[in-house]
Design a protein around this ligand. Structure first.
Ligand code: C5P
Length: 298
C-alpha cells in the first residue's frame, strides 16, 4: 500500500517525496559535570553517528500529516511533528507536509532515535519548504526540541558540551563496528538524570582525552558513562545484560546515553557477528552498526 501511494502521487503529477535517513548515535564517553539551575545537567560527551537508522519521507501537502510504522509513535507529540510545527512557526511557512516515518532504532534505548528523527525532519523540511537554513540555524531549532538533536544534525564524530547544544566536530576515526545489545527495557532519560548523584559527577578530563586522541588520529575507544550507576540501580536487568556483553568484549563495553542499550566496540565486523550470535541465543535484541562519517551520503 505504501508503494502504491507513492506511485499514485507520481502518476498524478505530484513530485516524488523526499527521503532521508535518520541515523542513531552512540556515546563513546559521557561525563556529567554538574546540575544546572534549569533542571538539566552540564555534560561532556563524545558522540558518534552510526549506520542504524530510521527513514523519513516528506511530500507536499496542504496540512501537516504524519504516519509511523510503529503505531505507538504515530501521535502529534512525536518529535517529527513538533519539528514541523516549530519550523512553520519560526519561518512563517504557510504550506504543510505529508510525513512518513519507518522506525528501526529501538525506542527509549539511549541511541538517540527520537532526536535523530527530529534532526531528519528539520533537514528534509528545510529542503521541502526551501528555507535555506544554515547548519547553525538548524542546530538552534534542534536544540529547542531536545538535547541530542544538534549532534544528530551535525553527524560524524563530535565533542558535545553544555546541555548538548555545543557541538565541536572531530576528524573521522578509523572505521569501527559497534555491537548494540538491548535487554528490552524502555528507559526514561529524565528518570536516569534525576537519579544521578554528586558522586557520579566528574571534571570531563577522560572524555576530553578521548576527543584529543581522535583529533590526533588515534582510535575512538570507549571511555566512561556517568549514567551507568543510576541505570543499573533502577533497571537491574540492564546490569545483567552489560555483564554478558562485557564477558565477550572485555574492556570494550559501555552503556550508550541513559541506556539501556549496551555497546561493544569492534575493529572488524566478524568479531561483532560472533558476539551477536551468542547474545541473540540468550534472547537479547542485537544489531551491528558501523561508524558513519560526517560527509557520508544520507
Ligand atoms: O533534552 P531532552 O528532552 O532529550 O532531555 C530529556 C531529559 O533528560 C530532560 O528532561 C532532563 O531531565 C534530562 N537531561 C538532563 N541534562 C541534559 C540532557 C537531558 O538533565 N544535558
Amino acid at each position: 500500500m505504501e508503494t502504491l501511494l507513492l506511485s499514485t502521487d507520481t502518476a498524478m503529477g505530484n513530485p516524488a517525496p523526499l527521503v532521508i535517513s535518520a541515523h542513531a548515535k552512540v556515546n563513546l564517553s559521557l561525563e556529567v559535570l554538574g546540575a544546572r539551575p534549569d533542571g538539566y545537567h552540564s555534560l561532556v560527551s563524545v558522540m558518534q553517528r552510526i549506520s542504524l537508522c530510521d527513514t523519513l519521507e516528506a511530500g507536499e501537502a496542504v496540512d501537516i500529516s504524519f504516519t509511523c510504522s510503529d503505531a505507538r509513535l504515530g501521535g502529534n507529540d512525536n518529535l517529527v511533528v513538533r519539528a514541523a510545527a516549530l519550523l512553520r512557526e519560526r519561518y512563517g511557512v504557510t504550506t504543510g507536509c505529508r510525513l512518513r516515518l519507518v522506525k528501526r532504532i529501538p525506542v527509549a534505548a539511549g541511541l538517540g532515535g527520537g532526536s535523530a528523527d527530529a534532526a531528519a525532519a528539520i533537514e528534509i523540511l528545510s529542503r521541502l519548504w526551501d528555507l535555506r537554513l544554515t547548519q547553525e540555524e538548524m542546530e538552534t531549532v534542534g536544540a529547542a526540541l531536545g538535547s541530542d538533536v544538534p549532534f544528530c544534525l551535525r553527524g560524524g564524530t563530535a565533542l558535545v558540551e553544555g546541555r548538548g547544544e555545543r557541538v565541536t566536530s572531530l576528524p573521522d576515526p578509523a572505521p569501527t563496528w559497534y555491537l548494540l545489545v538491548n535487554p528490552g527495557v524502555a528507559v526514561s532519560t529524565a528518570r536516569i538524570f534525576a537519579a544521578v548523584q554528586r558522586s557520579d559527577w566528574s571534571d570531563g578530563t577522560r572524555t576530553r582525552d578521548i576527543a584529543l586522541t581522535i583529533e590526533r588520529g588515534g582510535l575512538s575507544h570507549l571511555g566512561v558513562n556517568a549514567l551507568e550507576r543510576a541505570l543499573f540501580e533502577l533497571h537491574p536487568e540492564s546490569w545483567a545484560c552489560f555483564e554478558r556483553v562485557e564477558a565477550l568484549a572485555t574492556g570494550r563495553t559501555r552503556i550508550t546515553g541513559s541506556g539501556a542499550t549496551v555497546v561493544s566496540w569492534h575493529a572488524d565486523e566478524r568479531s561483532a557477528e560472533r558476539d551477536a550470535e551468542v547474545l541473540r541465543a540468550m534472547g537479547y535484541w542485537c544489531s551491528i552498526a558501523r561508524s558513519v562519517h560526517r560527509e557520508d551520503a544520507r
